[in-house]
Design a protein around this ligand. Sequence first.
Ligand code: MG
Length: 387
Amino acid sequence: MKKITILGSTGSIGVSALDVIEKNPELFQVVALSAGNNIRLLKKQIEKFNPRVVAVANKDHAVKLRETLNVKNKIKVFFGEEGLKEIAAFPAADIVISAISGSAGLIPTIAAIEAGKDIALANKETMVLAGEIVTVMSCKKGIKIIPVDSEHSAIFQCLEGSKRENLRRIILTASGGPFLNFTENQIKKVTLNQALRHPRWKMGKKITIDSASMMNKGLEVIEAKWLFNVNISDIDVVIHPQSIVHSIVEFVDGAYLAQMGVPDMKIPIAYALTYPERIYNDLPALNLIKAKNLEFYKPDVKKFPCLKIAREAGICGGTAPAVLNAADEVAVSAFMQKKIRFSDLPRIIEKVLIIHKVIYNPSLENIIQADLWARRETEKIIERMVL
Ligand code: MG
């Protein structure tokens, strides 16, 4: 029986993970859950999965949750950043699913690694912000970081059983998002609702916007660099609108391995929880006859400059990826509040990166400070634009 903690249980990945767990009660047991503000859903999850501890965003939520729970329920309710760290390091867990969205996932994931837990990593920002620190720490602790991000899970699966020195190149696939066939001019006029309509994957709002701008793929390039210890120059991105091939690896002998499947996050989640084993699931089979064509295109970085900006920040390294990510989080949030246009996203992020003084080989504190600095600068730039 594998004991599981989920950080971010009410988000898209958390809900899918609980679905996998619910269908395999003989394999998995939930011991701890954390959520942000969705107390109603968390309460339902507590009643169904009976964890021993939970954490919520703040004290008010903790009080409210306690009041609504059955008095007989002896569950411990933590709150705030400290509470989240407590949950992440909860001794009973074997594996922690890191599924909080954004840079907020970094500190609790590090707390879980420090506590010696294996990580099923859905929070790509952990690697984007602190890839080097996290890699060194996971080696020291002897824990496994198993990717949940579908592309990285694909690469992880393709690399199974092969020697790392035989890997020549990683090819990340990207659906291209809802604006793949839009012209540059059409992209200038897109609305929030259009950006939120992803053609293939059902995900949280932030990542859906990032997929539309292709920033998500840029962040995934940096994530892949650290997860698989490759240079960014050896990571390619191809547009694959069908989202059937989840990524590809190229070996030195010219052999390519790809991982395919229906686009459903429950597959990489289940694999991360059972690796190196596989378990049955009831998803519809992949119908290749119906799919007919598997297409691959070169991404257009003129239409989607975020991909190029992210790649450059990844090559630069140091605190640049943290600044890239923070600027993107703030800019996407402004776009969701309809303060800026979709096409402003890359311009704003680039401006912040240009004025940032990169710190190389940063400490965790340097990274956190760079993240905070970038948030303030991005807000200033947006304010000036809105005025
Ligand atoms: Mg992905």
